[in-house]
Design a protein around this ligand. Structure first.
Ligand code: WT7
Length: 633
C-alpha cells in the first residue's frame, strides 16, 4: 500500500471488540449527553457512593468558576478504597508493582487500604490538617501512591512534583503551595543506576524554608543521606510505630473541596497550580475510564506514565481504583536491561490494556519489532496513547506490531486542566491514525477562528470547549485572575474554554490536533514553558538573556534550542555551552536539557520588548518568519 492510501485507511474494530464494548452506539449516546448534560452527569455520579447526595448538579452562578454536585458530601477515597472493602473486591489485587531491579510488590485492596490508613494516621499525628497542601516528591514506588491516597483520605491536598524535576522546580512548587510537610524518598532506580532524590529535596528545602516535616522512604540506601534532627523522619520508622495503627476514618469532604494541586507549565516562568476537587473529578475520571478503556473486573490495566503527572493521577491512581481495577506500575526505564522490558511485563502479568505516549512508542520502535515479537502479547485487547499527536508511522507500528492488528488504539486528547479525556475514540470508533477522533460524552468541542466562527473542514483553527464538565480545573492556586486570563478571556463573550492547541476537523467530524499555540513545548510528551527554560538559563551568572524554542524532533516531538546572550566579559566556548546545559538540568531536571545552545548578540523583539520566538523558530527551520511588522529592528 502506498503512503497516501495508507493515510486514508480507516481501521474498524473487530466484531469481538464491538461485542464486548459497553457503548455500541456512540452517536446516539453523545447526542443524548449534550442535549441533557446535567442529567447525563447525574446518572454517572449515581454510580458512585455519596455520604450525602448533591442538591444541584451544576452551579453556573459565578462563571467561569463552575461548581459541580453542589451540596454533595463525599471523599474520593470512599469510592476508591473504602466501599470496595465491603465486597469481594477487598481480596482482589489493587496494585502490582515492579521495581527496575526486578523486585515485586503486590497489594490487595485490603492491603492497600491498610497502608493508606496507616500513613493517614502518621500524617494526622504530624498535625496535617484538612485543606493543607502536602508536597510529594518521589520515584515511582508504591509509597508514592500510598502517600497521595493518605492525603486525600484525611482531606489534605496533595501536590505531587514529578521525581524527574530538580531543585528550583521543586523549591518553587513547595513555596507556591506553602507546604509544611514534604514526603520524599532517598532515591530510585533508572537505567540500572541509583538516582538520588533526597539531596535535591534537601537543597530545595534550603531555598524554600516552609517545610517543617520531611518524611523519607528508604528505597536505595544512599550513603551520607543527610537527615536533619526534628525535621527529617524515615517512612518505615513512622509506619512501624503504634500511632500508625491499622485503620483510620476517612474525612468527609464537600464535593467541591480540593483534592490535589498539580503544577503545569504555562507561558510565564511561574508554573500554574491547577486545582482539582473530590466530587466532579471522581465522576469525570471514573466515567471516561469506564467508557473509553471499557474496563472490566477481569482486566489488568497498565498506564505506563508516572503518577507525578495528570495521566498518572487520573488513570494510574484514581479512576482505576474507583472502578476496582487491577493496576500495574513499573519504576524504571522501558529499555532496561533490554528493549523488551515492557513486553516481557505485558506477557508476565497478562496485561489487557496498555496506555502510553507517542514518544515512548517511537523510542521502543527504534529497537525494531523483534524485541516485541519475542513475547506472547495475546492478552492485550486495547491500546492507548496520550501526550502529543501520534504520527501515523508510530501509530501503525503500535497497532500492527504491539497490538497484532487486533487492538484498537484509544488516542486520548486532554490536559492537566481537563482532569480526564476530552477528545477520544471509544472501542467501537472507526480509527484514523493520528486523529483523536471525537468528543467524549457531554462535551461540545470546536475549532474556531479568532472571532469564534467555526472553521471549514480541513482548516486549521483554535480548539475550544464550549461547555463546563465535571473534571475541569476549578482555578489556579493563589491566582484566580490568571485562571480567567489564560482559559476564559479569549472567548469571553461566548463563555468558551481556550485549550491552547490548534487543530482541524475533517469532513467526518474527526479532530486532528496540531500542537500548542502558545510558548509551551512538548518534550517527550512533557509540558515545559519556554519561559521556564529561559529563567533557568538567566539564573546562570554568565547569562544576561535567553530565548528557548522547540524544534521538531523525530523522537521527542520537540527538541529544545536555546539562544543565549552572554554578559560582556564572558566568551562563548564549548565548555560554557555544556555548563549551561547542565545548569538547566540542575535547576529544572533532565527533561529540560537543551539539545542545542546558540550564542547570539541580540534577540528579535517586538517594540514592546517581547521576544519573538516564532521568528527564531522560522529562522532555525529555514522558513519564512511571516508577519514581522512588530519587530523592533
Ligand atoms: C497538552 C496537554 C493529558 C495528559 C498528558 C498531557 C497535548 C495531549 C494529546 C493527544 C495530541 C495531545 C496537547 C495538550 N496532547 N494529548 N492525544 N494528541 N496532543 O497533559 O501536560 O497538561 O499537556 O498535551 O497539546 O494541550 P499536559
Amino acid at each position: 500500500m502506498s503512503d497516501s492510501e495508507n493515510l486514508k485507511k480507516i481501521y474498524h474494530p473487530s466484531e469481538e471488540v464491538v461485542a464486548r464494548a459497553r457503548v455500541k452506539d456512540y452517536d446516539a449516546m453523545y447526542k443524548e449527553s449534550v442535549e441533557n448534560r446535567e442529567a447525563f452527569w447525574a446518572r454517572e455520579a449515581e454510580e458512585l457512593e455519596w455520604y450525602k447526595k448533591w442538591d444541584k448538579v451544576l452551579d453556573e452562578s459565578n462563571k467561569p468558576f463552575y461548581k459541580w454536585f453542589v451540596g454533595g458530601k463525599t471523599n474520593i477515597i470512599h469510592n476508591a478504597l473504602d466501599r470496595h472493602l465491603k465486597t469481594a473486591t477487598r481480596n482482589k489485587i489493587a496494585l502490582i508493582w515492579e521495581g527496575e531491579p526486578g523486585d515485586i510488590k503486590v497489594y490487595s485492596y485490603h492491603a492497600l487500604s491498610r497502608e493508606v490508613s496507616k500513613f493517614a494516621n502518621v500524617l494526622r499525628a504530624m498535625g496535617v490538617q484538612k485543606g493543607e497542601i502536602v508536597t510529594i516528591y518521589m520515584p515511582q514506588i508504591p509509597e508514592l501512591i500510598i502517600a497521595m491516597l493518605a492525603c486525600a483520605k484525611i482531606g489534605a491536598v496533595h501536590s505531587v512534583v514529578y521525581g524527574g524535576f530538580s531543585v528550583e522546580a521543586l523549591a518553587e512548587r513547595i513555596e507556591d503551595a506553602n507546604s509544611r510537610v514534604l514526603i520524599t524518598a532517598d532515591g530510585g532506580w533508572r537505567r540500572g543506576k541509583k538516582v538520588v532524590l533526597k539531596k535535591i529535596a534537601n537543597e530545595a528545602m534550603k531555598r524554600s524554608p516552609t517545610i517543617e516535616v520531611c518524611i523519607t522512604v528508604k528505597r536505595i540506601d544512599v550513603e551520607d543521606c543527610y537527615m536533619e534532627t526534628d525535621r527529617d523522619f524515615w517512612w518505615h520508622e513512622l509506619m512501624g510505630m503504634p500511632i500508625a495503627g491499622t485503620s483510620a476514618d476517612t474525612e468527609v469532604t464537600d464535593a467541591e473541596d480540593p483534592l490535589f494541586i498539580l503544577y503545569t507549565s504555562g507561558t510565564t516562568g511561574k508554573p500554574k497550580g491547577v486545582v482539582h476537587t473530590h466530587g466532579g473529578y471522581s465522576v469525570y475520571t471514573m466515567s471516561t475510564f469506564k467508557y473509553v478503556f471499557d474496563i472490566k473486573p477481569e482486566d489488568r490495566w497498565w498506564c505506563a506514565a508516572d503518577p507525578g503527572w495528570i495521566t498518572g493521577h487520573s488513570y494510574i491512581v484514581y479512576a482505576p481504583l474507583i472502578m476496582g481495577a487491577t493496576i500495574m506500575s513499573y519504576e524504571g526505564a522501558p529499555n532496561h536491561p533490554y528493549p523488551n522490558r515492557w513486553w516481557s511485563m505485558v506477557e508476565k502479568y497478562g496485561i489487557n490494556i496498555l496506555y502510553t505516549s507517542p514518544t515512548a512508542i517511537r523510542g521502543l520502535m527504534r529497537f525494531g519489532s523483534s524485541w516485541v515479537e519475542k513475547h506472547n502479547l495475546s492478552s492485550l485487547r486495547l491500546l492507548g496513547s496520550v501526550g502529543e499527536p501520534i504520527n501515523p508511522e508510530a501509530w501503525r507500528w503500535y497497532y500492527e506490531v504491539v497490538g497484532q492488528s487486533r487492538c484498537p488504539i484509544m488516542d486520548t486528547w486532554w490536559q492537566t486542566e481537563t482532569g480526564g479525556f476530552m477528545i477520544t475514540p471509544l472501542p467501537v470508533t472507526p480509527l484514523k491514525p493520528g486523529s483523536a477522533t471525537k468528543p467524549f460524552f457531554g462535551n461540545e468541542i470546536a475549532v474556531v477562528d479568532e472571532a469564534g466562527n467555526e472553521m471549514k473542514p480541513g482548516e486549521e483553527g483554535t480548539l475550544v470547549i464550549r461547555n463546563p464538565w465535571p473534571g475541569m480545573a476549578r482555578t489556579i492556586l493563589n491566582d484566580p485572575d490568571r485562571y480567567i486570563e489564560k482559559y476564559w478571556k479569549a472567548y469571553e463573550k461566548q463563555g468558551w474554554y481556550l485549550a491552547g492547541d490548534s487543530a482541524r476537523v475533517d469532513e467526518d467530524g474527526y479532530f486532528w490536533i496540531i500542537g500548542r499555540i502558545d510558548d509551551v513545548l512538548k518534550v517527550s510528551g512533557y509540558r515545559l514553558g519556554s519561559a521556564e527554560i529561559e529563567s533557568a538559563l538567566v539564573s546562570h551568572p554568565a547569562v544576561t538573556e535567553a530565548a528557548a524554542i522547540g524544534l521538531p524532533d523525530e523522537l521527542r516531538g520537540n527538541a529544545i534550542h536555546a539562544f543565549v546572550i552572554l554578559k560582556q566579559k564572558e566568551t562563548p566556548s564549548k565548555e560554557l555551552k555544556e555548563e549551561l546545559m547542565q545548569h538547566v538540568v540542575d535547576e529544572i531536571g533532565p527533561i529540560a536539557r537543551p539539545q542545542e545552545i546558540i550564542f547570539v548578540d541580540s534577540l528579535p523583539k517586538t517594540r514592546s520588548g517581547k521576544i519573538m520566538r516564532r521568528v527564531l523558530k522560522a529562522q532555525a527551520m529555514g522558513q519564512d518568519p511571516g508577519d514581522i511588522t512588530t519587530l523592533e529592528d
